[in-house]
Design a binder for this molecule. Structure first.
Ligand code: SF4
Length: 394
């Protein structure tokens, strides 16, 4: 079967005598290997495609290592269009590593507001401090040194080393994984052995050692724009002739999905406590998921709770404030990777005895005029309540 497809494929892609494309010795998919001529054909096709079709992205103008680093961190779990807007604003606020290292944490978090996963922003700042202290403000080009920095894992280290410095480090993101799965028509779930090893081997074998910057970006861009998850552009794809999944009609089945983890539902209530024209907010402790961000106090509903009951209890628990005159403000739903959070927001008043909060789950608090709330960084779910607040209270 493989040989039949290969003969057909390779005549087309190389425009010459068919040669072996892929071999699977002893039927062991762990030993998949691609012939040199096929590797050359894939490289040439992808690089030619990239030269014409690459998106104009700000960090591609100079491949400055600082810019590549920030773009890579922002690009984790975020669509490119959003990354570009955040990236431009970030570079205006923090044009170099020194500016990041010296900025107040609140300014960093505010610039990151809406991107989520705020530990990434805090790690960037911690990393900037180390780069100033230990690397004279430069970003190292050695993947091992990069890996030792906060917030930089194997993927980001390889991305910085190859894209900023053209070092021969193979890259695998979800777009590249999907492309490889289809090219070799691998019918194993993505994370299941031996799939990860096969993908790493393919990425290593295909990488041109003297042109990693171009090739890695071509792979990722091609996966993002052509070999997409839902509607791959097979009809016009320059790799259609060499793509096993296309030849076999299995594109829609690749990659094989692993078992999906269900999404957990969380229901919460939180209160906008008002005193005169001021609003109470508190800042989450540094070691928390949303560490450093601000919030309205509240917490989870327990079984049998109404949102009002939960709100009174949680505010008391968090601040020692007793509140009354609860008025529904808005109910917002926000999706995180593994959670769906329904947040019931209320406005409320503190009783006279509740003057100074005792903080049990926050590191500090502030009474802020409504017009001043926009200066503080909030999580995405809480920001939806801010929008409702602006509409409902004048
Ligand atoms: S032919 Fe289709 S599935 Fe195969 S690489 Fe091209 S876009 Fe992807």
């Amino acid at each position: 079967m493989i040989r039949g497809v290969l003969d057909q494929v390779l005549g087309k892609i190389t425009d010459s005598k068919p040669v072996d494309y892929m071999t699977t010795p002893q039927n062991n998919s762990d030993n998949i290997s691609i012939s040199d001529s096929a590797v050359r054909a894939i490289r040439n096709s992808l690089c030619a495609w990239f030269a014409v079709n690459q998106r104009e992205l700000p960090w591609r103008q100079s491949y400055d290592p600082y810019q590549v680093w920030i773009a890579e961190i922002m690009g984790q779990q975020t669509q490119m269009e959003r990354v570009v807007a955040y990236f431009i604003r970030w570079m205006e606020l923090f044009p170099d590593i020194g500016a990041v290292a010296k900025a107040p944490e609140q300014k960093i978090l505010k610039a990151w507001e809406g991107l989520g996963y705020y530990s990434r922003a805090r790690n960037i700042q911690a990393c900037a401090g180390i780069l100033l202290d230990q690397y004279d403000g430069r970003i190292p080009d050695d993947p091992q040194q990069l890996l030792a920095l906060p917030g930089i894992g194997p993927y980001t280290a390889a991305a910085i080393a190859s894209i900023a410095y053209n070092r021969p480090c193979p890259l695998l993101d979800t777009n590249v994984e999907r492309l490889f799965f289809r090219l070799i028509d691998l019918d194993i779930p993505v994370k299941q052995a031996p799939a990860p090893g096969i993908l790493r081997k393919l990425a290593q074998e295909m990488l041109p050692v003297d042109n990693a910057r171009l090739f890695n970006q071509a792979l990722m861009e091609f996966g993002a724009l052509v070999c997409t998850a839902r509607q791959p552009l097979c009809a016009t794809c320059p790799l259609a002739g060499i793509c096993y999944a296309y030849q076999r009609g299995t594109v829609g089945l690749r990659p094989v999905a692993g078992k999906k983890r269900g999404r957990t539902d969380i229901v919460m209530a939180c209160g906008v406590i008002r005193r005169d024209d001021m609003v109470y907010i508190q800042q989450r402790p540094a070691n928390d998921l949303w560490g450093g961000l601000w919030e309205f106090p509240g917490g989870r509903l327990k079984e049998g709770d109404t949102p009002e009951q939960a709100l009174r209890r949680e505010i008391l628990k968090e601040t020692n404030f007793s509140v009354f005159r609860l008025r529904p403000l808005a109910t917002v739903v926000h999706h995180y990777t593994r959670y769906r959070v329904t947040l019931h927001g209320f406005t409320c008043l503190p009783r006279k005895s509740s003057k100074i909060p005792v903080l049990h789950s926050a590191k500090r608090y502030a009474w802020v005029p409504l017009s001043g709330l926009a200066d503080f960084p909030f999580s995405a779910g809480q920001r939806k309540l801010l929008g409702a607040l602006a509409r409902n209270i004048s």
